[in-house]
Every structure is written in C-alpha cells, then in structure tokens.
Design a protein around this ligand. Structure first.
Ligand code: ZN
Length: 255
C-alpha cells in the first residue's frame, strides 16, 4: 500500500470567532482564533488536493484577512494548481469550494448527495444555505456535470490505493472526509467534521449543523478508521499551522 504525506496550507486568517460558533451552544463568553486551509496529499507520484479554498475575487469581496491565493500557497511546495489532476471537494461551503476554477485541469471528486443538494434542491437556495455557498463556484461545478472532470461518489470510495473518500454527513448534507495511508497509519483529513481538534476530543460539533444525529455517527466512523486520535485532522484549527513542522511559509506537514 503506498504511503502519502499530508500538508496543511493556510491561505487566510487568523479570524476571531465566538467560542459558541466553534463549540455548539457552549463557550459563549470565549473567543477563539481560526484559519482557513486547503490540504495536499503527496506520495507515490501522485498529488491530490483536498478543497480549493477561496478565489481571489471572493476573498476581495469578503475582505478576507491574511489572504493568499491557494494556488500561490501550493506553489511553495512545488504544486502547480494549473496542472493538478485530482481535487477532492469535501463540501460546498464557500470557504472550501470557491477556488474551484483555480484548478482548470482537475477532476473533482464530490459526494453525489452533496452535489445534488447544492445544485438541484430548492432548499439550498434558501437564505441560510445561500449565505454558506458561493454562486460562482456553484455555476462552475454545475458546468462540469457530464464531463470527465466531475466524479460523483456514492458513499465511501477509494480513489487511489491508500486514499479513500468517506461519506461523513452532519455539518453538510454530503460532506466527505478523506482517509489517507501515511507512515503513521491511517490519518483522516476531516475538513469541517470538526473545526478544531477539540471538537473530536470532546465529542462536540461546531454550530453549523444540518443533521446532529448523522454528525455523531460520523464521529464514530472517523474514530474507527483513524489509526489514532491525533491523526484526526480538523478544518480550521490554528494548531495545524502552529504545532507541526513548517516546510514553507504557511505550509506544515501533518503526517
Ligand atoms: Zn469551513
């Protein structure tokens, strides 16, 4: 089984959030810092990007602090976004999907359930969902339907030996996490299944919930798959850029 390395690339932040945003219905009085990331899985001659980050246009519109284009951050570890062939999109929230057009040659691996919800279900056009997504990215990903640049997954699926997409709903309808074979065992790039390591450690979700029952089952599933608790990686924790070896500006090696 091939082994891969996992890198976290910070492309924006830090931002200050209410504690109750990161730990649902708790920590009202606290504030906490978080970052925005994309991840890169490298090894066995393959490069797979997890999430696309935010496009320069949207970053400008939303005035994102500390923003650097994800394509530029990737170039720091010799990855050319123009040439990337595989992107796993964990979910459609704007901070994960809006940079899709930065990867013009990539095939996007997305859970069918997530894709259909955001692009075909009228509920996704209602205000709370609209606010979480990006119209430009949605139009871009809709335009790929029926082409070989879109792979819609029905549940858990290995896309390369040692890299498996895992359906992990709760935060969004069809979020997927990624199980990766590394030198330390199976690591999970969990994206927003947890905003912080603490969400996993304390078995407590963030405030952005579409299905809490599904989310708790997702925690069970991911814990079972990870070789150890410290190989469960969250979506926004600043610890990822502070406590792991830095290999380039804003890039750390998680495993
Ligand atoms: Zn997020």
């Amino acid at each position: 089984m091939p082994e891969y390395e996992i890198y976290a690339l910070r492309f924006a932040g830090p931002f200050t959030s209410s504690g109750a945003f990161l730990m649902w219905l708790r920590d009202w009085e606290k504030v906490e810092k978080r970052n925005y990331y994309v991840w890169c899985i490298k090894g066995a001659g393959e490069t797979v990007i997890v999430d696309t980050g935010v496009s320069p246009d949207l970053a400008k519109e939303r005035n994102l602090a500390g923003y650097i284009s994800p394509a530029e951050v990737l170039s720091q570890i010799d990855v050319n976004a123009d040439e990337v062939r595989s992107v796993i999109l964990t979910h459609f929230h704007w901070d994960h999907s809006s940079g899709a057009s930065l990867f013009p040659r990539a095939t996007f691996y997305i859970q069918e359930r997530e894709y259909h919800f955001w692009l075909k279900d009228p509920i996704a056009t209602r205000a709370p969902f609209k606010r979480l997504s990006d119209e430009t990215a949605k139009a871009y990903l809709a335009s790929l339907e029926g082409t070989d640049r879109l792979a819609l997954l029905k549940g858990d699926q290995e896309i390369l030996p040692g890299i498996e997409c895992l359906l992990a709903p709760g935060h969004s309808v069809g979020l997927q996490a990624v199980a990766v074979n590394t030198a330390k065992g199976t690591a999970i790039v969990g994206s927003d299944c947890a905003h912080l390591f603490r969400n996993y450690q304390e078995d407590w979700p963030s405030a952005l919930i579409v299905d809490l029952v599904a989310w708790m089952k997702t925690y069970d599933k991911l814990r079972e798959r990870a070789s150890s608790g410290d190989l469960l990686f969250p979506g926004h924790d600043r610890i990822m850029s502070e406590k792991y070896p830095e290999v380039a500006e804003g890039v750390t090696r998680l495993a």
